[in-house]
Design a protein around this ligand. Structure first.
Ligand code: MN
Length: 339
């Protein structure tokens, strides 16, 4: 059984490697609201492709949050509203469970331009590199391995498969992917392989303490004041083992912060010991975004599916329309049903 899984992964890596060797022009997309893994995987692959002499571009829809601003190559990401006219040979989507979830509208835009795996014809090949259990295998080539703690591990394996010599910059980006997606090697996706790859990256010159410094010790006092306002809303629901908090747009105005300043809040809420489930509701112009964390057998990814979201058993996200009070109410109602 184990070897079958390994072989399947090896085959998938080989499939992706072939298109990477033969492709000339690449576009890379992380998921919307990229996290450290999405940025790290994108940047690792982007820099590797360029040093192989390929044309490679990567697109995002919003400015990079401060905590990721020091990642090597980050300024090469292109912040755009719409994609360039001329399509590439190959589109690589990383750390993204669904084709529609890249950028804010890049997936929809590409679909509208006929770029979708279920449509044959003269269009870019779609390579899907991901580790979400809920991945829909939307690519022509799918390298999907939920046993990998981060998509960055898959990029590492892919580059090794290609016999590529990983530079220090790429190693740092992949290390950021691992550190952030494992919660600094503390979440239950932290497995032997994650630590082995981290060790390999350190062997390539990554300084673990400096990465932590660059990524996590970047908060502002305005941001901490926002955290304070959010923490004032912490509400316990003992009968369903849940604790939640919320952020309104007003809180952002009052503290002079932006939506990306909420990064890290949900992982602090999840440290409240008595509650295996934690939820964080964020209000924006488009509605309410919900981040969920689970430290029990309760599958946060399955729960997110009810609202059309997705993720991992321990960490997921979804969107709810309407006002924040209604969103909280409807999510709690579903949680009560699930118990
Ligand atoms: Mn990830």
């Amino acid at each position: 059984m184990m070897s079958e899984i390994v072989n399947k992964y090896e085959q998938e890596l080989a499939g992706a490697a072939e298109f990477i060797v033969h492709g000339d022009d690449f576009w890379i997309f992380p998921h919307e609201d990229p996290d450290g893994d999405a940025y790290g995987s994108t940047l690792g692959l982007l820099q590797a492709l360029r040093s192989m002499g390929k044309g490679a571009r990567a697109f995002i829809a919003a400015p990079v949050p401060r905590m990721y601003a020091r990642m090597p190559g980050i300024d090469d990401l292109e912040i755009v509203n719409a994609l360039p006219e001329n399509l590439p040979d190959v589109i690589v989507v990383v750390d993204n469970a669904e084709f529609e979830r890249m950028g804010d509208d890049f997936g929809k835009e590409l679909k509208a331009r006929g770029v979708t795996a279920d449509k044959p014809g003269n269009r870019p090949v779609i390579i899907n590199i991901d580790h979400h259990v809920s991945n829909t295998r939307f690519g022509d080539i799918n390298v999907v391995n939920p046993d990998c703690a981060a998509a960055g591990v898959i990029i590492f394996d892919l580059l090794m498969h290609l016999g590529f010599a990983i530079s220090l910059d790429i190693a740092i980006d992949l290390y950021v992917a691992l550190v952030t997606d494992t919660g600094r090697f503390s979440f239950n996706n932290t497995n032997q392989r994650a630590l082995e790859v981290a060790g390999e990256l350190v062997a390539l010159g990554v300084d673990p303490a400096k990465v932590i410094e660059d990524v996590y010790y970047t908060r502002t006092s305005a941001q901490m004041k926002l955290f304070g306002k959010v923490f004032q809303t912490i509400t316990e629901v003992p009968e369903i083992g849940t604790v939640y908090a919320w952020q309104t747009r007003k809180m952002l105005e009052e503290t002079g912060t932006t939506p990306s300043d909420t990064e890290g809040i949900v992982d602090l809420i999840r440290t409240i010991g008595d509650y295996p489930l934690s939820l964080f509701f964020k209000e924006n112009e488009r509605g309410i975004k919900v981040s969920m964390r689970s430290r029990s057998n309760f599958n946060a990814a399955d729960f997110a599916l009810i609202f059309g979201g997705g993720g991992h058993p321990g960490a997921s996200g979804f969107k709810v329309n309407g006002e924040i009070e209604e969103a909280i109410e409807s999510v709690l109602a579903e949680l009560h049903k699930a118990f």
